[in-house]
Design a protein around this ligand. Structure first.
Ligand code: IPE
Ligand code: IPE
Ligand code: MG
Length: 261
């Protein structure tokens, strides 16, 4: 079982990247990939660097993976950048993490625009610092008409809080007499989530060897294919993304039925 869950970069080691990309493009590409980018702190620790050096390095991985995902024809890439639980970390680390979107977008916004990428954000926007909010807003505005990949940052995001808020909003409609409790559907709940404009993820990737969801997209991942790797996020590269997509392409998605048997 674990062997199936953890695939290392040993699949098809002799194929060049370009050749692998073109082979992958011949098969079904996941429409939406969600990534729990984990292991930045351990990457830094291994090098006797401060944890924040790992977060900084992880930014470069976001750039690489965004480029390749866009090139493969992936429509949406959601990256978990900061959870509602990450406020528990030391203030210095939190402050650094809240500066990263500015740095990332300050450096890479021109190339995201050039690549036709649209920047989006989901999370509790009211409690992020104004400077972080401003940087993300600027990028969202500058890319709003782009038609390529949607790069969706999950920033100050927590799935339980998201579901709770959706429930409160539906309860409010019931209270106002606009809706009966029995009329509430799964579709309505989905439409009240922060992902209402996106399809559900086809593929979830988590790096660094942790095998848990850490409060990420609990509702949306109901039928998503999971792929875990020991690779730490700053070491994750194009070849790792291809490993994940190749694994996805071999899956038999049944949704409870018998499709593909
Ligand atoms: C992921 O790396 C980035 C965030 C959670 C913000 P970590 O900071 O969790 O790195 P590890 O898990 O401590 O190695
Ligand atoms: C999940 O990673 C959150 C992000 C990647 C932003 P964590 O490192 O915070 O998760 P736990 O604490 O190991 O569950
Ligand atoms: Mg972690």
């Amino acid at each position: 079982m674990l062997n199936k869950l953890f695939r290392r970069n040993t699949e098809r080691p002799n194929l060049m990247l370009a050749e692998r990309i073109s082979l992958v493009k011949n098969e079904m590409i996941p429409t939406h990939i969600a990534i729990i980018m984990d292991g930045n702190g351990r990457w830094a620790k291994k090098r006797a660097l401060p944890r924040v050096a790992g977060h900084h390095e992880g930014m470069k991985t976001v750039r690489k993976i965004t480029r390749l995902a866009n090139d493969l024809g992936v429509k949406a890439l959601t990256v978990y950048a900061f959870s509602t639980e990450n406020w528990k970390r030391p203030k210095m680390e939190v402050d650094f993490l809240m500066r990263l979107p500015e740095e990332f977008l300050g450096t890479y916004l021109p190339e995201l625009i050039e690549q036709n990428v649209r920047v989006e954000m989901m999370g509790e926007i009211d409690s992020i610092p104004p400077h972080t909010h401003a940087a993300v807003n600027k990028a969202m505005l500058a890319t709003k008409d782009n038609t390529g990949l949607v790069l969706n940052f999950a920033l100050n995001y927590g799935s339980r809080s998201e579901i709770t808020k959706a429930t409160q909003s539906l309860a409010e409609q019931v209270k106002q007499g606009k809706l009966l409790p029995s009329e509430i559907t799964e579709e309505m709940l989905s439409q009240h989530l922060m992902t209402c404009s996106l399809p559900e993820p086809d593929l979830l990737i988590r790096t660094s060897g942790e095998v848990r969801l850490s409060n990420f997209m609990l509702w949306q991942l109901a039928y998503t294919e999971f792929w875990f790797t020991d690779t730490l996020w700053p070491d994750f590269d194009e070849s790792c993304l291809l490993d994940a997509v190749e694994s996805y392409q071999k899956r038999n998605r049944r949704y409870g039925g018998l499709k593909g048997e």
